[in-house]
Design a protein around this ligand. Structure first.
Ligand SMILES: [Zn+2]
Length: 325
């Protein structure tokens, strides 16, 4: 008689009866064993620019082989990838691509990095980990694009194989996490601290949604967390919401809201604050915190100029925060 199993990966702590799947839909009790069903079966494969993740201070302009399986342990009403993230393994066609295959495709496509992205790489944890190890063995870097909803121990362990992470903070509000995403805030903050402590290059993303999380006090709380817990050199991206999935009654985020958030963050002392999903002008560009020189020009996901010399400002010599080689 197979037994129930306890999944200890994420804060949901699902107890699974035989045959039952967790909240993420991909971790299943198969005959008393916890099995991650999508290991080796990504449902999305693309080559993207690094800027699309968005990571602005990690190998600028690099091609990144990006993959995802189905599954997520959050259920954001505004999810922009819900067809992947909220699906069960048998609902979406998948490729057969074991971890060694991930590394081979990245090499073939001349990608110096692989991103585990689109849905939630922390729920297809073992595939992310094993692929990262296979890629490391070939000199390929690993990038997480994540909402960070995981328990501390597995997060810390995974960091050993990860080079960079863009971590999406939905809002500095437990209420918003519960009402809009079906999760809680604290585990995400723990993930940010752990990734930073473990030497992963971290950038923070905040999708600003009108009336949900655009309160300036909430923005300020996030800014202060980044500045005081991670450091003023950690990039923060404010990106625009567009109506999607179950949140179609709200308008797009006005460009002005994002630019105001950026100004607040810069005034509070953050060095690198960007806007996304809107035409940003200089709010998409990187400036030297030392002398103010413009170092990297971007238009959307495209780099139009990069003046960095060995990862430093050519005018004052100050090294820019990030990973450039
Ligand atoms: Zn400078």
């Amino acid at each position: 008689m197979p037994l129930a199993v306890q999944c200890e990966l994420c804060p949901r702590m699902c107890r699974l009866e035989p045959g039952q799947a967790g909240d993420c839909r991909i971790r299943v009790n198969v005959d008393g064993r916890l099995v991650a069903l999508t290991h080796g079966f990504p449902a999305a494969l693309h080559v993207d620019p690094m800027e699309k993740k968005p990571l602005f201070h990690f190998l600028p302009g690099a091609r990144v082989f990006s993959l995802a399986t189905v599954g997520c342990n959050l259920h954001c009403l505004h999810c922009q990838n819900w067809e992947l993230s909220q699906a069960a393994p048998d609902e979406v066609p998948a490729y057969d691509l074991p971890p060694e295959g991930v590394a081979m495709v990245a090499l073939r496509e001349r990608c110096p990095a692989v991103a585990y992205t689109y849905s939630e790489p922390l729920v297809y944890y073992e595939y992310t980990r094993d692929s990262s190890r296979a890629c490391r063995a070939e000199g390929i870097r690993n990038v997480l694009v994540t909402a960070g909803y995981i328990n501390p121990e597995p997060m810390r362990a995974l960091c050993a194989d990860i080079d960079a992470a863009i971590i999406d903070v939905k809002a500095m509000s437990d209420r918003v996490y519960r009402e809009t995403c079906g999760g809680t805030l604290q585990p995400v903050l723990d993930t940010l601290r752990i990734a930073h402590e473990e030497g992963v290059w971290v950038e923070v993303l905040n999708l600003v949604i009108p009336t949900v999380n655009d309160d300036p006090a909430m923005i300020d709380d996030l800014v202060l967390f980044v500045r005081d817990e991670l450091g003023p050199g950690v990039p923060l991206h404010f990106t625009a919401f567009h109506p999607d999935y179950k949140l179609r009654n709200l308008p797009r985020t006005p460009r002005r809201t994002l630019l105001d958030a950026r100004e607040r963050a810069r005034a509070a002392g953050l060095f690198h604050v960007y806007v996304g999903n809107v035409e940003g002008g200089e709010a998409e560009c990187t400036f030297c915190p030392g002398c103010g020189a413009r170092l990297i020009d971007r238009v959307g996901y495209r780099i139009t100029a990069n003046r960095l010399v060995d990862g430093a400002c050519p005018d004052c010599g100050r090294p820019l925060e990030g990973v450039f080689a």
